[in-house]
Design a binder for this molecule. Structure first.
Ligand code: G4P
Length: 540
């Protein structure tokens, strides 16, 4: 297959949801369809669900939440689409659902071409989903919605659609429709295919779809009963009346989300989602660099690092830098340019991820994620190219919301602590600021849990001990002149830095950061210093 066909058959996406909506369960069922795994958690024991898929980290097992973002690839050939002979290569990027790891998730979203949002039918749109959707909207990422847990009593499907539309700020179009729910759940009618899937509560077995030319077919009445058949027909009529016909272009533009209903736990409605997904979801899309827009079909390889994972295997103290390939073909043992360092590098053991296994590969294509074993060469946001000087955009640091001083709790292990902190920051676990007055190190995170993760990992991966000391802080913001060379602005910044010396810090790149201790102080500063811009992400 030529490299362009390889790129066209790739589908790289993330599943996002509020914790407990069913993201892990859905991911696992997708892997099951792809033949990437053979046992669903429900078959043997639920433990498999927690350990088999994506948790490389001990801490994740302890807490039962996904801390690390991992990648799962598999091939899938649709069974009942026109493109039966096409085999798609799917890369699922798993994202931690817990809000304390939101930044990790935000960065992962820069590496995907589309997103599936999982919503719990009883809970509707929840906070974390809303926040993640903001990022998708910003980036115009195409999204699909899977409304899960239809085997339980939940909200009315029409109300759910309204809620998604209103809360997530996107138009919706149902492509499948549930027949009842909870105890009375009978199945879903697939509007996209005109097929009916009858539900049998079974966690291991998948029911066959029945194909109909017309929803008025009397066979449907026989199968689901008079009352439910009538309701289904009325509902479908209403859908046709209320919602515009599905438009793939609107979906690809990020303006319209197709909606599917099902029950991931019961492997129900998942196949419909997957088949429609491979059919309509975008192959790798162009990515913006500072210099120009990079098309995935370009011959020359380019890619950027969106994640660094230290010590994936505790027995080998190695890091893996995750690169999203933006264009062309990546090859093993070929020299590429590390743009920030201006040096040539080649990789003898690049890995791709097939389900929970990682294996060495000779080549990978735009859309794929490759893991490059690293010994501290890479930072998040770094670009590799076949020679061109390119800098990909869109990997900002966000203003942290919690701050603590980090202190060494074991004087014999200062070196280990420094190394650990350094690597964890390069991984993007949190952000390090150095106070300009007293030189103390401040760690900024988006949630309390990250402090615990840092402490745990320092201890287990670096044999270093740290202690946290409280710091009352409202927000850290990057300061910059309103116009690059304005003398007035530069003078103002100097004055500001002198006046606020005890609140000034530098970030990892040596940029000035103002650590405001209250919203009031920040407001005052914004009012008093008109020529200074206060930024809440590092990219401006
Ligand atoms: P997450 O990754 O989004 O956090 O959610 P996860 O898949 O872990 O699912 C959260 C809980 O919801 C799990 O139950 C899971 O079994 C359940 N669940 C997922 N899909 C469905 C569904 O379609 N129907 C029903 N009824 N439940 C579903 P748990 O009790 O937290 O875990 P476990 O004890 O089952 O392992």
């Amino acid at each position: 297959m030529d490299y362009q066909s390889e790129i066209l058959r790739r589908r790289t996406f993330a599943i996002i949801s509020h914790p407990d909506a069913g993201k892990t369960t859905l991911t696992e069922k997708l892997l099951l369809y792809g033949g990437a795994i053979h046992v669903a958690g429900a078959v043997k024991s639920n433990k498999i669900r927690k350990t088999a898929t994506s948790d490389w980290m001990e801490i994740e097992k302890q807490r039962g939440i996904s801390v690390a973002t991992s990648v799962m690839g598999f091939d899938y050939t649709p069974t009942y689409h026109n493109d039966k002979h096409q085999t798609y290569h799917i890369n699922i990027l798993d994202t931690p659902g817990h809000q304390d790891f939101a930044e990790d998730t935000f960065r992962t979203l820069t590496a995907v071409d589309s997103v599936i949002i999982v919503i719990d039918s009883a809970k509707g749109v929840e906070t974390q989903t809303r926040r993640l959707m903001q990022v998708c909207r910003m980036r115009k990422t195409p999204v699909m919605v899977f409304i899960n847990k239809m085997d339980r009593e939940g909200k009315d499907p029409f109300d759910l659609l309204d809620e998604v539309e209103k809360e997530l700020g996107i138009h919706v179009r149902p492509l499948s429709w549930p027949i009842n729910m909870g105890q009375r759940f009978k199945g879903v009618y697939n509007i996209f295919q005109s097929t009916l899937d009858l539900y049998t509560p079974d966690k291991t077995h998948v029911s066959e779809s029945l194909k109909f030319e017309d929803v008025n077919d009397p066979e449907i009445t026989r199968l689901v009963g008079e009352q439910d058949a009538t309701k289904l027909r009325e509902d479908l009529e209403m859908i046709e009346g209320v919602y515009n016909p599905f438009s793939k272009d609107d979906y690809l533009a990020g303006d319209l989300a197709p909606v599917f209903f099902g029950s991931a736990l019961n492997t129900f409605g998942v196949k419909e989602l997957l088949e429609c997904f491979v059919h309509i979801a975008p192959s790798p899309r162009p990515i913006e660099a500072v210099e120009r827009s990079v098309n995935p079909m370009e011959e020359h390889f380019t890619g950027f690092c969106f994640k660094i994972h230290a010590n994936m295997d505790p027995n080998h103290r190695s890091c893996i830098a995750f690169f999203k390939i933006c264009s062309g073909r990546f090859e093993r043992n070929v020299y590429y340019k590390h743009v920030r360092e201006d040096k040539q590098m080649r990789f003898s053991a690049p890995t791709c991820f097939m389900a929970q296994k990682k294996e060495t590969v000779d080549e990978a294509f735009a859309g794929d994620i490759v893991g490059l074993p690293d010994t501290g060469n890479f930072k998040i946001g770094d670009t590799l190219t076949a020679g061109e000087n390119l800098h990909f955009k869109g990997l900002p640091s966000f203003s942290p919301e919690m701050f603590k001083y980090i202190e060494n709790a074991d004087p014999m292990k200062q070196k280990q602590l420094d190394k650990g902190v350094h690597q964890l920051m390069d991984e993007g676990v949190a952000q390090l600021f150095i106070n300009q007055m007293n030189g103390r190190k401040i760690i900024g995170t988006v949630g309390q849990l990250q402090f615990e993760v840092i402490q745990y990992r320092l201890e287990h991966e670096y044999q270093a001990k740290c202690r946290w000391e409280p710091l009352q802080m409202y927000k850290a913001c990057w300061i910059a002149p309103d116009a690059p060379d304005s003398k007035e602005a530069l003078d103002e910044i100097e004055t500001f830095k002198k006046r606020k010396a005890q609140y000034m810090a530098t970030d990892k790149d040596g940029r000035d950061v103002f650590m405001a201790d209250s919203g009031y102080v920040l407001n005052m500063a914004q009012n008093d210093y008109k020529h200074i811009h206060f930024h809440f992400t590092s990219e401006f």
